[in-house]
Structure formats: structure tokens, C-alpha cells
Ligand binder design. Structure first.
Ligand code: 26Q
Length: 804
């Protein structure tokens, strides 16, 4: 019998073991008892992939012709897959029992599993949660991205400073979960466009002398939870074309140097993920990556639907393409190009189809992160695409002028190509997509009122909000089994698939027995975290946690200044009641982001001082967790008491760790920004610690050019002055931050600082004095985390955007 047929969810331990034995020899030419942990993982993943292969194949062919959603994202932050796939496929006991028989250790295998981190942070992690939820909701929903050979750098802390090392997750060229498909496409760069007249007298553009690059597809399975859906995340790899293709393009491949250089340039496309989520850099290689992904992805889709015999004029009935921030926006002109130049649809039909197929999500209002490409770069790298963008722009501007009657200054702001020849990607998305959404209520309001206001006034019906979420399977079921067990005991197990039922936990808020159990679960998670990370901290202290990319707008420096102020206070007032607190921070700074790197250094220098100051009597401890990633988040979050969510109001589009923390029973200490607003709505103001300027005040101060220097505050608040003076002494890193804040406190760090310190004391007191009240608030947070599952988010995307 064919082995593919043999293995399924209901297979016995014996059968599963047999498959592992065969795979062991096939993959490693070794008997099963001679494998190391990584090899054990490879064999296991391979067999589980096979176990899913029937469902995978069936979903791949999409026999019922469900409308397909393709979520294009330049990043996906998957994290480890084994446990998640075991959970979703409900094969936990099968795998565990088999492993036990073999004498393998699951924890060791999980540790050995490579962790794909082909992303920077929030946006990529959201994409990963989305594909999990799409499979769970049984959508034909897929991800498309780039198969970067190196993910986000590994962070080491050496002499208190961040050092970046390459992340070689794919170095042996092999990732057990993915499967190389037979699909290949040619992506064409450079060259020039010539027009020919065809037999109908129509002008047909021909791209000549282009540089061909081969795109190869590798698919990673994405199984839904407790169902038979297996979707995939497609990752595209760049490769050198065959000699036939080169010959066809008239490229001289006999010249060794020429070929070396070509190979180098092509390999470069997939070599690195751009490790910066803060500032926009107009690097040509990045543009190449973007077009590479878009062209390969769109070609594969057109190919697929043509093979199914679908009339491309009706493509929007079968396909939705979602553009995750502007990075994959080139799907728009690429789809136009193929529909017109290759499939013979005229402009109007191609436009109608494209605009119905594409939708766009914005993830930032930070001006410096908005993508703007020099027109000449597009013109030389992708000349036909540039022409199409110009034509989209010309027609849309015409419409704005003559139909909408907009004046020229408004039109100037809306054009894709500005008066300096720069191509504004967000403008293209707004023109061409049928839906534009922000990722939290406040963020969407800012998009409508400020950032994208011109487009909102032109086409308000396109705008909608989709508040982010998290895949609660990974972020609760897998990462916090102790808490889940407690919830099971209280509610039964149905809540696991119907998260709304969590709300019933509110029935227990006055039940001291339950609160005691909740306190015990948290204590257990804290001990587990301390043990796993081998930390020298007391699990009895309050764990106050800020884990995220380091950014000035996220204000880790405000956290540092707060810690200095509390430290000074406790030194001066040793009798002051203060419950021991551990301040945990983790996060990476973009390699070229000097201020962010300074923050890391200052935090670590401060840790050296405070952790070794006997006068503090262990009341404060600082810990910086090196190399923050998904696996570490899974350990830290269930152990947290206080969730630090303190960005300058208006700057954090949504945040998603805020949701992870609340779902795991931590209380938020934060500002009214991003999804903190929705969290507050659900838990009520009594169950969250809020402080700081609010969005309207922040925007007013920006609009009125209010003096942003920190001098006034420093001169009027002696405690802040003292902390700032202290900061200045932390060699050049502290000194630079000191001057930065003093001269231009653009993120209102000093403005919000005192209130932040005061709130921290409030938190500290409550934790120390009113254990049950604290636990009650935790329970209310857990109970009200139900809307923040991506199952809800994805259902809304489906209803309002993709299937509308
Ligand atoms: C752009 C051009 C060139 C190089 C890199 C980039 C780039 C890469 C990544 C720009 C931005 C990003 C990532 C942005 C991001 O993670 N944004 C976060 O998205 C989350 C999910 O919606 C939100 O919760 C966060 O608030 C938002 O900051």
C-alpha cells in the first residue's frame, strides 16, 4: 500500500513508529535510535507532513472552487511549528506516545526545531496568526512571502551593547516543514519596452533585453484547528535561469565573470530580510525583493486560475489579494500588466478586475516609515510596471479633477507620483484597492482624519477598521497550559473553540478559591520562566515586562527613566513601602538606529548598578532578555504581572503583545493608544492602569508647533532633573539620549514621565496590599480577551472585505 494513504490522524503508535523508522533511513541513512535531536525533529516533521498530505492535496486543488484569499506580506513571523501543528491536527497524544516509545524527548526536539524569523515584528507575526485563523475558519486562505536565507539578525549583548549576528536558519538549505513545488516563473527586471501592433491593430508592449530571474515556490503547510483544512504559506526563492532561458534572452553565459556576477545578484534577492521596521530606505535591492514577490505570486495565481478554466474577466469572483502594508503593493500594476499585456484584457476591464481583487491594510502612520520610491529607480528596474503606474495616476488624477472637482493642491497630495517624481506606494493602494483598513479603532480614525484624509474624503466607503488579534491557540492554549486547565475546570472545554465563552469567567470574580488558583497558576508560570531562562530573579517579585522592538515612539527610554526615579526614591527613602519588582525588557534595535541601541546599552548599564546595589535590598531587579523571539515571548508572557504598553498616543497602530498579555492574566500599564483603547473598553477603566497624554492632545501639540524641548519639565521637576542627570552619566549612550530628550522630546517622554512613575507606585501598592483585588482584575482581563482572537479578526476581514 502507498504509505501516503497509510498515515492519518487515527493511525496507531505502531504505524507511526514504522513510518518514522523508514524516514530515518531515507533522510539520514541511520537507524532511528541513532538520531540527534535535530534529526529526530526532521524525521518527525517529515512524517507529520505526510500525515497531512491528503488533506493538503485536496485543499490545494480547491475542488469546491471556494474564493481564494492570498495574503501577500514581505514578512511572516512563524515561530516554531511542531507544537502548533500537533495541536491543530489533534495528534498530540499520537506523537507523544510514539516519541515515548522511542525514548525521545519532546522538549529536546522542540528546542532543536529551527525557528523561522523571516520578519521584523508585529506585522509579520500578525500575518502568521492570520493564516492560522484562515485555516481554522476553513477559508481557502494562503500566505505568500519571500524565502529569505537569513531572517532577522540574532541579538547578542556584549559589554551591555547589542551585537548583530546572522540568523542562519536555512543554512543547510533545508527546512523540514516546507516542500519544494514544481512551480517556477520568470520574473523580468530592467530592459526596455517596445510597442508592436498586433493583428487587430492594437498596440502591444514588448519588454526586450530584460534580465530573467527564476522564482521557485516552497510551500509550508498551515493546518486549521481541529478540522481537515490544510492551507499553505508559499515562500519564493530566487534562482539563476537555465541556459535555455538565458540563450532565449540573448544573454552571454559563456563569460565566467559575467555569470558569477549574475549569480551573485540573483542570490542577493533572497539573502537577507531588511532588518528595519522604522525608517524607510529607498534601496534598490528592497524594491527588487518587492517586485520579485509580487510578480512571482501574481503569475502563479493567474496560471492557477487559467488552468482551472476560469474567465479572467471574472477573476474577482474567485480571488482576493490582500496587501499587507505597502510592501507588496506592486501586485497591483503586475496584475494589470498580466491582464492587459499577456491576457489581452483592455485597460478598463483589467482595472475593474484589479480593483475588485485587491485590498490594503495600513500598519503605520509614522511618516518616516511610509514607502516612497524614486521614479527613476522603478523606471530602470521595472520599466513596464512604471508605465502602468503612470497611467493609473494620470487617469485617477483626471477623475479627481473633472469628476470630483478637487483643487490642484489636494490633487498634488493624492497623486501617486509627486512633483519630485517620487512614487508614493500608499497613494497607489488607496487609488486601486476596494478596501483600506487600519488595525485598531484609533488608528483607523487617524487614517481617516489625518494620514489618508484626502482619500477618505474622496472615497469614504472604502475605509474600514479591523482591530488586530492574536491566534489564541499559540498564545494561550500552547503557551499557558496551566491557565487553560484552570479555565477548563471552571467552564468545560468548549471555550477553546468558542472564545466568547471566556466572558463567563466573570462569574468567578468574587470566588476567592478561584482567585487563589489563578494566583497559583501565575506563580507557577513565573517559576517556570525563571528556571527555563536560568535567571537570578525572585519569582515572588512583580514581573513588569516590556518586550517589543526598541523604538523611540514605544518609549523604552521612559521606562528606563522611571526605573531611575524609583531607584533614587528608594535610596532616599529606604523605609518607603515597595513590593519587590523585576523589570524585564527585551527587544531588538535596528542595526542603524543609534538612539534605540543607546537605550539597550543604558538599560543594561543601569541593571549592573541597581542589581549590585545592596542598599536596594533586592527590591528592584533589572533583566534584559537577549535575542527576543517568538519562543521567548511564549515563555515570558504567561509569567508577566504587568504589561508595559506605553507608546506616545497616536503612534502605535495597534500593538498585539498587549492582547497576548491580557489573555494571559497580566494587567496593562499603558497609554490610550492603538488597541489599548479597545482593551480599556472591554475591561473597563478600573481594570487597566492608564496614564499620559491622549491622542487629541498629542496631535494638537504637533499641529500648533508646541515647543517640544524637555527643558521646561526638567527645570520644574527636580526628580526628573535628577534622573536625567543620572542618565547623562551613562557614558556616550546616556549622554546622547539626555541631549536628545532635552532638545527635542518629540515623543513626550518627559511630559508623561511623572504620571508614569505615580501609576507604577499605584500598581505596586495594589499588588502588595490587595492580592485578591489584583487577581480579580487579572480574571476580568482574561474574561474580556475573547474579542482579541484572530478568528474574530479574520471573520471580519472575510465578511467586510474578501467575500463582500
Ligand atoms: C519598509 C521598507 C523598507 C524596509 C522595511 C520596511 C518595513 C518593514 C517592516 C516597514 C515596517 C515594518 C513593520 C511594521 C510593523 O510591524 N508594524 C506594526 O504592525 C502591527 C500589526 O498591525 C501593529 O500591531 C503595530 O502597532 C505596528 O507597529
Amino acid at each position: 500500500m502507498n504509505r501516503l494513504v497509510m498515515l492519518n490522524q487515527k493511525s496507531s503508535v505502531e504505524e507511526f513508529k514504522k513510518v518514522l523508522e523508514v524516514d530515518s533511513v531515507k533522510l539520514f541513512q541511520k537507524p532511528i535510535n541513532k538520531l540527534n535531536a535535530l534529526e529526530q525533529f526532521d524525521v518527525l516533521a517529515n512524517s507529520i507532513k505526510e500525515l497531512m498530505s491528503h488533506d493538503w492535496e485536496r485543499c490545494n486543488t480547491n475542488p469546491s472552487n471556494k474564493k481564494e484569499i492570498h495574503y501577500f506580506s514581505i514578512e511572516f513571523l512563524l515561530g516554531k511549528q511542531l507544537k502548533s501543528i500537533m495541536l491543530n491536527r489533534q495528534i498530540e497524544s499520537l506523537v507523544k506516545d510514539t516519541i515515548e516509545e522511542l525514548g525521545w524527548n519532546l522538549d529536546d526536539i522542540v528546542k532543536a526545531e529551527p525557528e523561522p524569523a523571516i520578519a521584523n515584528g508585529g506585522l509579520g507575526r500578525l500575518a502568521a496568526c492570520f493564516i492560522d485563523s484562515m485555516a481554522t475558519l476553513q477559508y481557502a486562505g494562503y500566505g505568500q512571502t519571500i524565502r529569505y536565507r537569513h531572517g532577522l539578525f540574532k541579538q547578542h549583548i556584549v559589554n551591555n551593547e547589542q551585537v548583530e549576528l546572522p540568523d542562519r536558519w536555512l543554512d543547510n538549505g533545508y527546512y523540514a516543514w516546507d516542500t519544494k513545488t514544481k512551480e517556477e516563473y520568470i520574473v523580468k527586471f530592467r530592459g526596455s519596452v517596445r510597442f508592436e501592433t498586433d493583428s487587430n491593430g492594437e498596440l502591444v508592449p514588448i519588454l526586450e533585453n530584460y534580465e530573467p530571474i527564476i522564482a521557485k515556490a516552497y510551500d509550508i503547510p498551515v493546518p486549521g484547528y481541529n478540522n481537515s483544512t490544510v492551507n499553505y504559506l508559499r515562500t519564493w526563492e530566487a534562482d539563476v535561469p537555465s541556459y535555455d532561458i538565458l540563450e532565449e534572452c540573448g544573454i552571454n553565459y559563456c563569460h565566467e565573470d559575467n555569470m558569477k556576477r549574475r549569480r551573485f545578484l540573483i542570490n542577493q534577492i533572497c539573502e537577507y530580510l531588511y532588518p528595519d521596521d522604522s525608517t524607510y530606505e529607498g534601496k534598490e535591492l528592497r524594491l527588487k525583493q518587492e517586485y520579485f514577490l509580487c510578480s512571482a505570486g501574481v503569475q502563479s495565481l493567474i496560471n492557477k486560475f487559467k488552468n482551472r478554466g476560469i474567465d479572467l474577466k471574472e477573476l474577482d469572483k474567485y480571488l482576493a489579494i490582500h496587501i499587507n502594508d505597502t510592501h507588496p503593493s506592486l501586485v497591483i500594476p503586475e496584475l494589470m500588466r498580466i491582464l492587459m499585456d499577456e491576457e489581452g484584457l483592455g485597460w478598463n476591464k483589467a482595472w475593474e478586475v484589479t480593483t475588485k481583487v485587491c485590498s490594503y491594510t495600513n500598519h503605520t502612520i509614522m511618516q518616516e516609515a511610509l514607502e516612497v520610491w524614486p521614479g527613476h529607480m522603478l523606471q530602470s528596474l521595472i520599466p513596464r510596471i512604471y508605465m502602468i503606474i503612470q497611467e493609473i495616476d494620470r487617469r485617477y488624477v483626471d477623475h479627481l479633477r473633472h469628476v470630483k472637482g478637487f483643487n490642484s493642491s489636494k490633487i498634488d497630495r493624492m497623486k501617486i507620483i509627486d512633483n519630485y517624481g517620487n512614487v508614493r506606494m500608499a497613494n497607489m493602494d488607496c487609488m486601486c484597492c476596494h478596501s483600506i483598513n487600519g488595525v485598531a479603532a484609533l488608528h483607523t480614525e487617524i487614517l481617516k482624519d489625518e494620514t489618508l484624509n484626502d482619500f477618505y474624503t474622496a472615497e469614504p466607503e472604502k475605509f474600514n477598521n479591523k482591530t488586530n488579534g492574536i491566534a489564541h491557540r499559540r498564545w494561550l492554549l500552547l503557551s499557558n497550559p496551566e491557565l487553560c486547565e484552570l479555565i477548563d475546570n471552571l467552564l468545560g472545554t468548549e471555550w477553546r473553540t468558542d472564545l466568547k465563552q471566556l466572558k463567563q469567567l466573570e462569574n468567578f470574580v468574587n470566588d476567592e478559591k478561584v482567585l487563589e488558583q489563578l494566583i497559583k497558576v501565575k506563580a507557577e508560570n513565573k517559576r517556570n520562566f525563571v528556571k527555563e531562562m536560568n535567571l537570578d530573579i525572585s519569582p515572588d517579585s512583580i514581573f513588569d515586562v516590556q518586550i517589543k522592538r526598541i523604538h523611540m515612539y514605544k518609549r523604552q527610554i521612559m521606562n528606563v527613566l522611571r526605573i531611575i526615579m524609583i531607584y533614587n526614591d528608594l535610596i532616599e527613602n529606604p523605609q518607603k513601602p515597595f513590593y519587590p519588582m523585576t523589570f524585564i525588557m527585551a527587544g531588538k534595535a535596528a542595526a542603524g538606529y543609534r538612539s534605540a541601541k543607546n537605550v539597550i546599552k543604558v538599560f543594561n548599564m543601569l541593571a549592573d548598578i541597581i542589581n549590585n546595589d545592596s542598599r536596594i535590598e533586592g527590591k528592584m531587579k533589572l533583566v534584559f532578555i537577549e535575542d527576543y523571539n517568538v519562543s521567548k515571548a511564549e515563555l515570558i508572557i504567561p509569567a508577566a504581572d504587568v504589561s508595559e504598553q506605553i507608546p506616545t498616543a497616536s503612534k502605535e497602530a495597534s500593538g498585539t503583545s498587549n492582547m497576548k498579555f491580557m489573555m494571559n492574566g497580566a494587567l496593562t500599564l499603558g497609554t490610550l493608544d492603538g488597541a489599548n483603547v479597545e482593551i480599556t473598553e472591554y475591561v473597563g477603566e478600573d481594570n487597566i492602569f492608564l496614564f499620559g497624554l491622549q491622542k487629541d492632545e498629542v496631535l494638537k501639540r504637533y499641529a500648533t508647533w508646541t515647543d517640544l524641548s524637555g527643558h521646561y519639565i526638567v527645570n520644574n521637576n527636580p526628580k526628573i532633573k535628577q534622573a536625567m542627570e543620572h542618565l547623562k552619566t551613562f557614558n556616550s549612550a546616556g549622554n546622547e539620549l539626555y541631549h536628545e530628550l532635552l532638545s527635542n522630546d518629540y515623543f513626550f517622554t518627559l511630559t508623561d514621565l511623572q504620571e508614569y512613575v505615580d501609576k507604577t507606585y499605584e500598581v505596586n501598592n495594589m499588588y502588595a496590599q490587595e492580592a485578591f483585588l489584583w487577581a480579580k482584575k487579572c480574571l476580568i482581563n482574561i474574561a474580556n480577551s475573547f474579542p482579541f482572537t484572530t478568528d474574530r479578526t479574520i471573520e471580519q476581514y472575510g465578511q467586510d472585505i474578501w467575500f463582500k
